[in-house]
Ligand binder design. Sequence first.
Ligand SMILES: [Mn+2]
Length: 239
Amino acid sequence: MNNIYFISDIHLDPSNSEVTDKFINFMLEKSSDMKELYILGDLFEFWIDDKYDIVQNNIIISTLNRISENGTKVFLTHGNRDFLIGKKFTKITNIEILPENYILNLDNTRVLITHGDLLCTDDIDYQKFRKFIRNRITLKIFNLLSNNIKTKVASYLRSKSKKITSQKPDNIMDVNHDTVLSFYKKFKTNIIIHGHTHRKNIHETQDGRENYVRYVLGDWHNAPSYIVYENRKLELLDI
Ligand SMILES: [Mn+2]
């Protein structure tokens, strides 16, 4: 149990056993080597309410439970699909929720980990929607709805977002480079790890004397991948 792992955008869905199996197999295979596991958002395809979704996803919950009982410390960043993961979930899985931007210290190197949607500032409609839906008052009202209505609202929003994303030009859905640069500077880091865009890659940039590296994790439906921090090196690998 020596190394640190990062995964993102697994998009687990109780009706998709293929990706569920992939996830469970990965955990069985790698967890004995995981000192820490960072899940950078969109672990689930959708998550509306702990009360309801914990039951739906009991296989995943018990897998996560098992690995944390075996000694892996698991951390989670909320994604845009599962930002409603709450305290009940964290309590029964022993997972710690991280803030939306989190600085990790890897042998005295600062690394920013984040879901990635905050970097996609060209998508103005999405950023507006994000602000609205993540607002505390909106969430309070949402939480008062019955489960049935919550599910309907969530599935409406999902279909709407799918329709919009399919009509948007490709570049709008990716990160904005000025925003990325501003994040390096704001968080005083030269390394960012994120997911969300489903564009698995490593991007190196130079600005003045600084070298910056951005690791993008792939999604588990198209490009299942993970990052491992081993022997003081980050490596992006396929599954
Ligand atoms: Mn996402």
